[in-house]
Design a protein around this ligand. Structure first.
Ligand SMILES: [Zn+2]
Length: 444
């Protein structure tokens, strides 16, 4: 929290030159897309207010020839207590072209935002990550409800970006739901790389270059960043703003989560799922998780996968199974904010096992290591969270963590006498019923 006492001294550059052709029905012919009103206020103003709340007060806005309404509205920024100036492009220079002009007055790391996004994030966290990684260029990534038509940033476990998986690729494979949101912390070396102003695409040229030299990182967050580029998305952003979801998901505020068991809860119980073919989503899983995504809760999967310790599946295979889960949920318009799994198992002495994973760990449910890790990473208040699963062991996990619990009667019916005394807060017949019940309680 101490960090929040410090103002961020970085400057911000907002790329607000886009034409917004898909929003003509809302903007009329001449209104630039960042001026589209959300509940009576331009989307660009929400961005600027979010930057100001984080102490970022020096802002440069890139405008195109039709950008005069932006200048008329924001002026020099004084009525917003900001210092705003403009770069006007006489001809469109692409998403990175104006950086050449910006380089003439900025010689340090800065923040880059695309002006058609609804944004409410804790920039301190984002910048701290960029600094810790000694990153040259850090992209904000998150799961979204339409990964199948989004550019994905594929990263290694340390967060270093390995490649861009373009939305134009024919994806005949399973993938993680890590979409590029359009917010960056940009290292000053990017400005050196850009040089003189010229037509350039930020993702296809600049980001691609920094990936190739191994200096681009992905910062993953569950905070609210959504584009309003279609009438449907515009409507849903307006609703989220009215309901307070946009602000609530800022990680400077405590979050609440619905923790979901995997086997028998998200996917059909099928003994040990040790390859992707055995993973079949429950019929109502995407619909149920979509309801969580639209609510103020985070959706987080916590699963014991002793198949790894037993040598029946490798870490890579479990990763592929989770890619399948994310791909299928994404096709159903839903996503998980986190997936945590325990690869351990306490009982030694089986053929083929991996001895290094055979120990009494702190993460195997009903221990709460995975929930504690999620709580740290997403700033979650466990006492206002729920644990949903199909075994009494899940119920015991939730109780141990101080969560409310729901036992599902649709999954694994093997008796677990050890946890027979665990009493769930509620019992439901399916995941969908459970989520509807939680959200109903929330409304009261
Ligand atoms: Zn473990």
């Amino acid at each position: 929290m101490l960090d929040h006492l410090h103002r961020i001294t970085m400057k911000a550059l907002i790329q607000a030159g886009g034409a917004g052709t898909r929003l003509r029905s809302i903007t009329g012919d001449n209104l630039p897309k960042p001026m589209v009103p959300i509940n009576g206020k331009p989307i660009l103003q929400y961005q600027i207010e979010n930057l100001l709340e984080n102490g970022v007060a020096e802002i440069t806005i890139v405008i195109s020839k039709n950008g005069q309404p932006i200048v008329d509205y924001f002026g020099d920024g004084s009525k917003f207590r900001a210092k705003i100036d403009y770069i006007e492009e006489n001809e469109p220079l692409g998403t990175a072209g104006a950086l050449g002009y910006f380089a003439k007055k900025c010689h340090e790391d800065f923040l880059l935002l695309f002006g058609d996004l609804m944004v409410d994030i804790d920039w301190h966290r984002f910048i701290n990550y960029h600094n810790e990684k000694k990153s040259g260029l850090t992209a904000f990534v998150h799961p979204n409800a339409h990964p199948f038509d989004s550019d994905l940033l594929v990263a290694d476990p340390t967060g270093k970006i390995l490649k861009i998986d373009s939305k134009n690729n024919v994806r005949d494979y399973f993938y993680k739901n890590v979409t590029n949101a359009g917010l960056y912390v940009v290292g000053e070396e990017v400005l050196d790389y850009i040089g003189e102003p010229h037509k350039s695409d930020f993702e296809k040229e600049v980001l691609k270059h920094f990936i190739e030299i191994g200096k681009a990182y992905a910062y993953s967050s569950s905070e609210y960043v959504k584009d309003c580029g279609t009438p449907d998305r515009y409507e849903s952003v307006g609703k989220d703003e009215r309901e307070g979801t946009v602000k609530a998901k800022n990680l400077s505020h405590k979050q609440k989560a619905i923790f979901l068991d995997r086997d028998g809860t998200i996917n059909v119980f099928n003994e040990f799922v040790n390859n992707p073919d055995k993973f079949v989503l429950q019929e109502d899983a995407a619909e149920a998780i979509k309801l969580i995504n639209a609510s103020s809760y985070l959706a987080i999967c916590v699963t014991n996968q002793p198949v790894i310790a037993r040598g029946e599946a490798s870490f890579e295979t479990v990763g592929e199974i989770h890619d399948k889960m994310e791909t299928l949920l994404g096709k159903g318009g839903s996503y998980l904010n986190g997936i945590y799994f325990c690869p351990h198992h306490p009982d030694k002495g089986f053929p083929g096992e991996r001895p290094e994973l055979k120990f009494d760990c702190d993460c195997r449910k009903p221990k709460i290591g995975m929930l504690l890790q999620a709580a740290r990473e997403h700033n979650i208040d466990l006492s206002s969270s729920w644990m949903v699963g199909d075994t009494k062991m899940d119920v015991q996990t939730g109780i141990n963590a101080g969560c409310k619990t729901i036992l599902l009667t649709c999954g694994d019916h093997r008796p677990l006498p050890k946890y027979d005394n665990a009493q769930p807060t509620l019992t439901c017949s399916s995941l969908l019923e459970a989520i509807k019940t939680i959200l109903e309680i929330e409304r009261k």
